[in-house]
Ligand binder design. Structure first.
Ligand SMILES: NC(=O)c1ccc[n+]([C@@H]2O[C@H](COP(=O)([O-])OP(=O)(O)OC[C@H]3O[C@@H](n4cnc5c(N)ncnc54)[C@H](O)[C@@H]3O)[C@@H](O)[C@H]2O)c1
Length: 253
């Protein structure tokens, strides 16, 4: 087990990629704090972790609520005496071009996709510095390195995650803390439901992905969980400030 006895926090771990990442970390021996705004979904992830023989606990938190986030993280640090891994994953996609996108949607994209990563990292940093080690993984997206048609709020926030990751990595490497970014492509989770309905349903999106993605299909969450495990474990011990794109080849064409 490559994460034995480590304490990991995963935000947005009540569903999709975050849940798959939480499950693989627990499989490798980490105690996983499943942080999500949806307590029932977080508890379901914890149940799946326990069924597989791992350890986890749910933390109901809106990561855009600074006070609640700080209180949750402080409680975890006090209870466990350490935080080894933070995976900032919760995020949302708001559609629209410069003129169409709701201003509130732009603000939500910023506060959830960027500011919450910033705040959570800021809360854990003193703990990791004191320990002289730690790993932060920030979820960006292939939209963090690509143009994404009429998605200005999403792409702006996801590009910012990459800049922020490099800044954190450069500033904190001397404390033994590594910070990397994950850029998934099309992953079949509830996250894409709004885009699918905007496209006109499941068969329309299947056609779109078959044409856009060289591998011709969606990723399964398990195919993103393995890169997550790589990035949060010592397997990537000489890697910091990097962007791992896992997109079936979408960005090469
Ligand atoms: N699925 C994809 O195709 C894809 C591709 C690229 C990047 N991503 C990124 O992955 C992340 C989520 O994707 P997913 O596929 O796991 O989505 P998902 O919809 O399956 O899960 C998102 C989870 O985040 C939680 N959440 C939402 N707002 C929250 C908040 N304010 N506080 C705490 N938790 C909150 C939700 O309750 C949900 O459990 C996002 O950052 C997204 O940009 C997804």
């Amino acid at each position: 087990m490559i994460l034995k006895d480590r304490v990991a926090i995963v935000t947005g771990a009540g569903s999709g990629i975050g849940r798959a990442g939480a499950l693989i970390m627990a499989r490798e021996g980490a105690h996983v704090i499943v942080a999500d705004i949806d307590l029932a979904n977080a508890e379901e992830t914890v149940r799946q972790i326990a069924t597989a023989g791992g350890n986890g606990e749910a933390l109901a938190v809106d990561v855009t609520d600074d006070k609640a986030l700080e209180a949750g993280m402080t409680a975890i640090a006090l209870r466990h005496g350490r935080i080894d891994i933070l995976h900032n994953h919760a995020g949302s996609q708001v559609a629209g071009n410069l003129e169409d996108v709701a201003i509130a949607g732009f603000d939500t994209s910023w506060s959830l996709n960027v500011r919450a990563h910033f705040m959570a990292s800021r809360f854990v940093m003193p703990i990791m510095k004191k320990a002289g080690k730690g790993v932060i993984l920030n979820t960006s997206s292939s939209s963090g390195v690509l143009y994404d048609r009429e998605m200005i709020a999403y792409t702006t926030s996801k590009h910012a995650v990459i800049a922020m990751t490099k800044q954190m990595a450069g500033d904190y490497a001397r404390f033994g803390i590594r910070v990397n970014a994950l850029c998934p492509g099309w992953v079949d989770t509830p996250f894409n439901a709004p885009f699918i309905s905007q496209m006109g349903g499941r068969s329309a999106i299947e056609g779109y992905i078959a044409e856009k993605v060289p591998l011709g299909r969606w990723a399964d969450v398990s195919e993103i969980a393995e890169p997550i495990l790589f990035l949060v474990s010592d397997r990537s011990s000489y890697m910091t400030g990097q962007i791992l794109v896992v997109d079936g080849g979408e960005t090469v064409v």
